[in-house]
Design a binder for this molecule. Structure first.
Ligand code: FMN
Length: 473
């Protein structure tokens, strides 16, 4: 059996320090240009040149203030603060590319699903079906405080996300029939109102009645990304996501995490490969192994230990300033990214020890808790192939040390080597992001939860009254 084609995403954020705090000071780094359209367009073109599936743009609404109980260290190190809105970047990048996808992150607790459905349709129209949505439930209590709400307990956040998606599926999949748009210039009829349905949703968190106010886009529902890998998070991902992101600290744990995700997909009534699994890894490469290793050493000398403690405190949901450097990290009770706590508890360091704070700091100076791959084109490609083949994952979600340098290096050195080995695409497939990923059309498949909310589906719930209460003619 031939080995699978390996896919890449560029993992980005509309901020100065995403996963490698301190590196914005590195000579030639462009992180400070994150406010410029040209910066994002250049990055998009680099990713498209490398035939990446997408740029995946992370986001948080809130500031990392668990470390020492204050936001001072986050602000001092620019750790994911300031952070600009990710949504516009998809349209900006799509304007200068033809095939690259754009995965934007937006948090369920922070926007009502009705306007958000419009945002998604708008982006899918503007990108011609190249948009993905990373569904997140939030893990920074500061975000809730700023929005005047209280952070819900970890698992309940996913209950709300379940209902949020129900509303979106009703709007995006169940409101407009495919032939609702008539566009008859002679009669002047744009649409047939009888084929545009008022959805009815009354739930615990949302009450939505009315039509979706955009006409259907190419994918209708964008490609669904998700990165929650706790037990509850994985159930949610398995029922909804098409691209699932994991951040294992080791190759061994990656294998466990991939197995867990594939089993969860089966439990959810889907096929084990109905979602692509992306492993977070940062690849530092150059012309030779020696140059790549020297570059890595040089990059590490710019890493901010304080910034690293800030991000890890946020991810693990605990103030790491209170931990001894040699304290084991396997007893943390977290309301934040529980999967990362589980990953550190259920894996060991390379020399077989329980992870300590000292190990975590060493691991996460560049690319946070993700895997690091360092070497010239051949060595890096060997390691990437091994990571994918050993773990059973499909793809690498590429973190970066410098921008656009780290991604540009991967495109220059690693992509051609993997292509030579027959392990990487040599051209993009046709069509929407979903079709490029799965080759099965633009829309969510019939075995997906969303299909139940389409016309004729068992959960399709609409009426023919307008919002004024008047029955349609
Ligand atoms: C690779 C990766 C990327 C993530 N990106 C974001 C993000 O951009 N914004 C966010 O709020 N959460 C992000 N998360 C957090 C997850 O979406 C999820 O909320 C978190 O993992 C908590 O769920 P869990 O406890 O089920 O893992 C990310 C997690 C991982 C592993």
């Amino acid at each position: 059996m031939s080995k699978k084609i390996i896919h890449f995403n560029a993992f980005e954020m509309n901020c100065i320090s995403h996963l490698s705090p301190g590196l914005w000071r590195y000579p030639g780094d462009w992180a400070l240009r994150y406010k410029d359209i040209e910066y994002w367009q250049n990055l998009s073109q680099i990713a498209e040149k490398g035939l990446f599936d997408a740029i995946f743009i992370a986001d948080v609404i809130g500031v990392y203030d668990l470390y020492k109980g204050s936001d001072e260290a986050a602000l001092r190190t620019a750790l994911q603060t300031p952070v600009n809105d990710p949504v516009q970047l998809a349209a900006i990048g799509a304007a200068v590319t033809k095939n690259l996808g754009f995965g934007i992150t937006a948090g369920v607790p922070f926007e009502h699903p009705f306007p958000f459905a419009r945002r998604l349709s708008t982006l899918d129209h503007l990108t011609k079906g190249r948009v993905g949505w990373n569904i997140v439930t939030g893990y920074l209590p500061s975000a809730n405080r700023s929005m005047g709400s209280v952070e819900a307990p970890h698992d309940e956040r996913y209950d709300q996300a379940d209902e949020y998606l129900e509303v979106l599926y009703r709007l995006l999949e169940g409101s407009w029939e495919d032939d609702a748009v008539i566009l008859n210039r002679e009669t002047g009829q744009f649409a047939d109102p009888a084929k545009i349905h008022h959805i009815i949703h009354h739930g615990k968190y949302y009450d939505v009645e009315g039509i979706h106010i955009c006409e259907p886009s190419i994918q209708r529902t964008p490609v669904l990304f998700q990165a929650g890998n706790s037990t509850r998070g994985m159930k949610f991902a398995a029922e909804n996501a098409e691209a699932i992101f994991i951040a294992p600290p080791t190759k061994e744990y990656a294998k466990t995490a991939v197995k867990n995700v594939r089993e969860a997909l089966i439990r959810a009534g889907r096929q084990p490969d109905d979602a692509k699994i992306y492993i977070l890894a940062t690849v530092i490469t150059d012309q030779t192994d020696a140059l790549a290793e020297a570059k890595y050493k040089d990059l590490l000398s710019y890493a901010s230990e304080e910034g690293s403690l800030v991000i890890n405190s946020g991810w693990l949901g605990t103030d790491l300033s209170q931990y001894d450097l040699d304290a084991p990290l396997n007893k943390i009770q977290s309301n934040a990214i529980r999967a990362q706590v589980e990953a550190l508890s259920n894996s060991t360091t390379e020399d077989g020890r329980v992870w300590t704070l000292r190990d975590l700091i060493k691991l996460s100076g560049i690319g946070c808790q993700g895997i690091k791959i360092v070497g010239g084109a051949k060595t890096a490609s060997d390691q990437i192939e091994e990571l994918i083949d050993y773990s059973g994952a499909d793809a690498i979600n590429l973190g970066y040390a410098t921008t656009p340098g780290t991604h540009a290096d991967v495109v220059e050195f690693v992509v051609p080597e993997l292509q030579k080995r027959g392990r990487y695409q040599t051209e993009y497939a046709e069509g929407s992001l979903r079709h490029k990923l799965f080759g099965k059309g633009d829309r969510l498949p019939e075995n997906h939860r969303a299909a139940k909310y389409r016309k004729g589906g068992e959960l399709w719930s609409v009426d023919d009254y307008t919002n004024t209460g008047r029955k349609r003619a």
